[in-house]
Ligand binder design. Structure first.
Ligand SMILES: [Zn+2]
Length: 127
């Protein structure tokens, strides 16, 4: 009877220790996060901005294939603009990740927002 009690006590102790260990690990993790929260957020924002900048830098030297508008903020990729911007924000900046976005860019035309709408509504011939 007492042996069983001791065994149960030890199992319980080991469970408690594991729980305490897990709790301690989570606390350490949260302390680390809280201490460096600002830096972590800044770095991730910087990486995010770099990914956006990369696409905009690519557009900086381009102009609309239809009306020659060259204002970078007005330029879009037809028809894959949404996908290109979504993927370039999501994917990392390494060569392999970029490849997917570059392929989409190569299969798109660069047009301004006005011409983009015209293309979408078949007001301009695609070819
Ligand atoms: Zn245009």
């Amino acid at each position: 009877m007492s042996k069983l009690f001791i065994r149960l006590y030890l199992v319980n102790l080991s469970f408690q220790n594991r729980f305490l260990y897990a709790h301690e690990s989570i606390n350490k993790c949260m302390n680390f996060y809280n201490r460096y929260k600002k830096t972590i957020k800044e770095v991730s924002k910087r990486h995010y901005n770099k990914r956006i900048i990369w696409v905009n830098e690519y557009l900086a030297s381009k102009s609309c294939v239809h009306c020659k508008e060259s204002e970078t903020m007005c330029l879009k990729f037809y028809p894959h603009d949404k996908l290109i911007r979504y993927k370039s924000k999501r994917l990392g900046l390494n060569e392999q990740s970029r490849k997917e976005v570059v392929e989409l860019i190569e299969n798109s035309k660069i047009v301004c927002s006005n011409c983009f709408i015209k293309y979408q509504n078949d007001l301009i011939d695609i070819m």
